[in-house]
Write a protein that binds this ligand. Structure first.
Ligand SMILES: *[C@@H]1O[C@H](CO)[C@@H](O)[C@H](O)[C@H]1NC(C)=O
Ligand SMILES: *[C@@H]1O[C@H](CO)[C@@H](O)[C@H](O)[C@H]1NC(C)=O
Ligand SMILES: *[C@@H]1O[C@H](CO)[C@@H](O)[C@H](O)[C@H]1NC(C)=O
Length: 358
């Protein structure tokens, strides 16, 4: 090679080297801030933990997952990705967050986080027992088991670091209010709404302190959805015009306002912890009230299981009727937003999470 060629090639190779390493060190830095994402609670975050349960609250069959990677039904209560995946993706952690109970889970999945949430679960022990899904205390048990496995993969020090630096998401209260309180008489007979919502918040607080006791330091606590505007609640409680159910929305708002206060109080009382409230109520309500602004056409019906099937939570396995274009629908089934609705809500949530935790 002539010296002239060297003169050209050398700067180029230095530049390539420089670009590669800048990129690598930036990724490393990102991963060190929030190396993993974990999720607890209900179907807003569940990525497939109910698949092997004997429960009606399962969705590992078509048309669920039709917009997921490979069009695969994975047990996500959605046509595609759920918030857990979208937040992990947005934080640069990974594309999808596997369910802890996924039989194909591998050791290499553990250090970047897994999901413990279970569709149909809630803060009230009555909720998970009526829906036959994984209770919050069993989710915590699974998390403890996970810590043991993580230590096997990255060592004790590595596991401690992962637990204390990772972001933990919690979504709970939706099923307690929408299923247990409003649609089964037992709890409503025992407690009025102010008492029940206070109880739910005290159970959330206990759960957060349990996580803290296990070394968790970064927690994002999701509000409930605007429950009265779920297609199923409109059908059951919205009258012939299928308005949003006022009682459900009022109960959700009361719970959320108490949750916000408790989260802020825990944030200041637990040393070294950062615990933030994540509002999903208002962003989703905004999509429902102003759908056209974000390219949606149908905010009040579900894409899957339209009509009579809107009186059941999941779209029916035997009659998997779906709309022509799910992108126009805020709701995928009668209780869960579509992937595009989640995607539309995610950017401001991500911005808040990045501000709080980076
Ligand atoms: C890991 O954390 C536990 C408690 O959270 C502590 O007892 C232990 O000493 C830590 N181990 C290492 C290696 O840092
Ligand atoms: C949470 O606590 C941190 C200090 O750990 C503080 O900077 C932040 O402002 C607190 N957030 C809220 C909403 O109180
Ligand atoms: C489906 O709806 C989305 C959102 O309104 C729109 O952008 C897209 O063009 C539609 N697709 C078809 C095939 O009509």
């Amino acid at each position: 090679m002539s010296s002239a060629t060297y003169k050209i090639l050398l700067p180029i190779s230095i530049m390539v080297l420089w670009m590669c390493c800048i990129k690598a060190s930036r990724e490393l830095q990102e991963n060190e801030e929030i190396p993993a994402l974990m999720a607890f609670g209900d179907s807003i975050l569940d990525t497939g933990n109910n698949n092997d349960l004997i429960s009606v609250l399962k969705c590992n069959f078509p048309p669920y997952g039709m917009d997921f990677i490979g069009g695969k039904p994975t047990g996500r209560f959605c046509d595609g990705k759920v918030l857990t995946d979208l937040i992990a993706e947005g934080l640069g952690i990974k594309e999808t967050v596997p369910a802890y109970l996924d039989p194909n889970l591998q050791s290499k999945d553990l250090p970047t986080g897994v999901c413990f949430a279970s569709g149909g679960s809630g803060l009230d022990t009555l909720t998970s027992s009526l829906t036959s899904v994984i209770s919050m205390s069993d989710q915590l048990k699974n998390f403890k088991e996970y810590i043991g496995k993580l230590k096997g993969v990255v060592g004790e020090e590595g596991a401690n670091k992962t637990i204390s630096n990772s972001l933990f998401l919690l979504s709970a209260g939706n099923n307690d209010i929408a299923i247990i309180y409003l649609d089964t008489p037992s709890r409503a007979f025992q407690y009025d709404v102010p008492t029940y919502t206070s109880l739910l918040v005290s159970w959330t607080s206990t759960f957060i302190k349990d996580l803290y006791g296990l070394g968790v330091r970064k927690i994002g606590v999701l509000s409930t959805l605007p429950l009265g505007c779920l297609p199923i609640i409109r059908t059951l409680h919205g009258g012939p015009m299928r308005f949003c159910g006022d009682n459900a929305n009022r109960a959700a708002q009361l719970f959320n306002s108490k949750l916000l206060a408790e989260v802020n109080s825990l944030n200041s009382s637990l040393p070294q912890a950062k615990i933030v409230y994540v509002d999903v109520y208002n962003p989703l309500l905004d999509l429902i009230k102003n759908p056209v602004k974000s390219g949606f056409r149908v905010p009040e019906r579900s894409c899957c299981g339209t009509g009579l099937f809107e009186a059941v939570i999941l779209c029916n396995q035997l009659t998997p009727f779906t709309c022509d274009n799910v992108s126009e629908f805020v709701f995928w089934d009668s209780a869960h937003p579509s992937e595009r609705a989640y995607r539309t809500m995610t950017p401001p949530i991500l911005q808040d999470l990045k501000k709080s935790f980076s």
